[in-house]
Design a protein around this ligand. Structure first.
Ligand code: PLP
Length: 410
C-alpha cells in the first residue's frame, strides 16, 4: 500500500501493483474474529453444500439454525428472484403489503393471531426491541436473565447474556440480575415489582441445548403475573418450528408477553422480529428501523412459512428429531442427550473437537458445538431419514475411532 507522502503518479502505482503477487495487493483486511474451517462452499441444495472441487457436505448445522426449509429451496429462490425484479426496498414510510401477509401467516402458523408483529433484522435486535418495549410498558429498568443464557451481542442483548468475555465495559449494567436456569428457588426474591422484564430461552442453544422445564416456565409466568414484569421468550434459536411446535415454550402451555425470533425466519435472508401480546400499545416512533420489514426480507419470510406449512416441516422436525434421538441412543457412548425435535445436544465426557473434526473432514458432515463437550445438531427442518442415517453411521465410526485413540494413548 502507498503510504501518505509517497510520490507516485497513477501509471507508476498501477505498474508497482502489477509487479506484486495478488495477495500483497490487498488494501484492507477482515477483522479477524472468526476461526475458520478451510472450506469454501460454492453451492448448496436441501441439506447439502458443495465446495469448488465438487466435494459434498451434509449440513447438520444449518448455518447455525438458520437454514430452516433447506438450502436454495426452489420456491424460496423463485419468490425472492421475482420480488427482486419488482422492488427490493423502500423505507417504512410507505405501505409494504408483504409485512401484513407475513404477520397474518406467522400468526396463523404459530397460533398467535392476536399478537402484533414488529420486524427487524437479527436476533440481537429482536431482543433489544423486546427489552425496550417491556421497559416503556412498565416504566421499569430491572431485567432478570438466566445462567448460561445467550441473547446476542448488541448493547442490551449482551448485557443479558451470561458470558462476561463478550460484555464490554460500555455494555455492563447493574440493571441485570442472573438467576439459575431451571431453578425454582429464588424466583420470588429475584423477580420483583422493580423488574421490567424476565427473558429466557425455551431451550438454551449456546448454553448447550438445555431444555427449560415446564415447571420453570410456568413458575416464571406466575411470578411475572404477580409482579407485572413482562415475560420475554427468546425463540431466536429454538423457535420457528425447530422443536416440532412453532415455539418450544408452547410445550409448557404458557403464553409469553413478547417472543423474539430470527435465524430460521428467513432461511438465510437476514430478518428478525418480535411477536407482541395485545396489551402492548403502539405509538408512532416507539420502535423503528431502516431495513426491518423490507420487501425482500418479508418475501423470504413468507416463502419460509408457505413451505413450512405446505411441506409439514414442523411435523417432519418432530419425526426426524425422534428418529435421530433414538439412533443416537443406540449408538451410545454419550454422557447426556438433550433437546427436542431438530435441536439436539449430545454431551460426551470428553472434548468433541476431534470427533467433529473427523465428522467434517473424513465424513464431510457439518455439526455445531456448545462448550467443549457437546455436539449441537441444528439441521434444516426438511432433513430426511437417509441424511439422518448418514450421520448416525458416521457418528458411530467416529466414536469407534475415538475409543481406539484413547486406548492407544493410555
Ligand atoms: N438469541 C439466541 C437464543 C441466539 O442463539 C442468538 C444467536 O445465536 C441470538 C439471540 C442473537 O441472534 P443474532 O446473531 O441474529 O443477533
Amino acid at each position: 500500500m502507498l503510504t501518505h507522502g509517497t510520490h507516485a503518479n497513477t501509471t507508476e502505482t498501477i505498474r508497482i501493483f502489477a509487479d506484486l503477487p495478488p495477495t500483497i495487493v490487498r488494501m484492507s483486511q477482515l477483522f479477524n474474529v472468526y476461526p475458520l474451517y478451510d472450506i469454501e462452499p460454492v453451492r448448496a441444495q436441501g441439506s447439502y453444500l458443495w465446495d469448488a472441487d465438487g466435494t459434498r457436505y451434509l449440513d447438520l448445522y444449518g448455518g447455525h439454525a438458520v437454514i430452516s426449509v433447506g438450502h436454495t429451496h426452489p420456491r424460496y429462490v423463485q419468490a425472492l428472484t421475482e420480488q427482486m425484479q419488482r422492488i427490493s426496498f423502500y423505507s417504512n414510510s410507505v405501505h409494504i403489503p408483504q409485512q401484513q401477509e407475513l404477520a397474518d401467516k406467522l400468526g396463523e402458523l404459530s397460533g398467535h393471531s392476536d399478537y402484533s408483529l414488529f420486524l427487524c433484522n437479527s436476533g440481537a435486535e429482536a431482543n433489544e426491541n423486546a427489552l425496550k418495549l417491556a421497559s416503556f410498558h412498565t416504566g421499569r429498568k430491572g431485567v432478570v436473565a438466566f445462567t448460561k443464557s445467550f441473547h446476542g451481542r448488541t448493547a442490551g442483548a449482551v448485557a443479558i447474556t451470561d458470558n462476561p468475555a463478550i460484555v464490554a465495559p460500555v455494555n455492563s449494567t447493574e440493571h441485570v440480575t442472573f438467576l439459575p436456569f431451571n431453578g425454582l428457588d429464588g424466583l420470588d426474591l429475584g423477580i420483583t415489582i422493580a423488574t421490567c422484564a424476565v427473558i429466557v430461552e425455551g431451550i438454551q442453544g449456546v448454553g448447550g441445548i438445555q431444555v427449560a422445564t415446564d415447571a420453570f416456565l410456568q413458575a416464571l409466568r406466575t411470578r411475572c403475573n404477580e409482579t407485572g414484569a413482562v415475560l420475554i421468550l427468546d425463540g431466536v434459536q429454538c423457535g420457528y418450528g425447530r422443536t416440532g411446535k412453532f415455539f418450544s415454550h408452547q410445550f409448557s402451555g404458557i403464553r409469553a408477553d413478547i417472543i423474539s425470533m430470527a435465524k430460521g425466519m428467513g432461511n438465510g435472508f437476514p430478518i428478525g422480529g418480535i411477536l407482541i401480546a395485545p396489551e402492548f400499545k403502539a405509538s408512532y416512533g416507539l420502535l423503528g428501523t431502516t431495513f426491518g420489514g423490507n420487501h425482500l426480507a418479508c418475501t423470504a419470510g413468507i416463502a419460509v412459512l408457505d413451505i413450512m406449512r405446505d411441506e409439514s416441516l414442523m411435523a417432519n422436525a418432530d419425526r426426524l428429531g425422534t428418529y435421530l434421538m433414538d439412533g443416537i441412543r443406540q449408538v451410545g457412548g454419550y454422557k447426556e442427550l438433550r433437546g427436542r425435535g431438530l435441536m439436539i445436544g449430545i454431551e460426551y465426557d470428553f472434548s468433541v473437537e476431534n470427533l467433529r473434526h473427523n465428522l467434517l473432514f473424513n465424513h464431510k458432515q457439518f455439526t455445531g458445538v456448545a462448550g467443549k463437550n457437546t455436539i449441537r445438531l441444528l439441521p434444516s427442518l426438511a432433513l430426511g431419514t437417509d441424511e439422518a442415517d448418514q450421520f448416525l453411521e458416521a457418528l458411530s465410526e467416529c466414536l469407534v475411532k475415538h475409543r481406539e485413540t484413547e486406548v492407544t494413548q493410555s
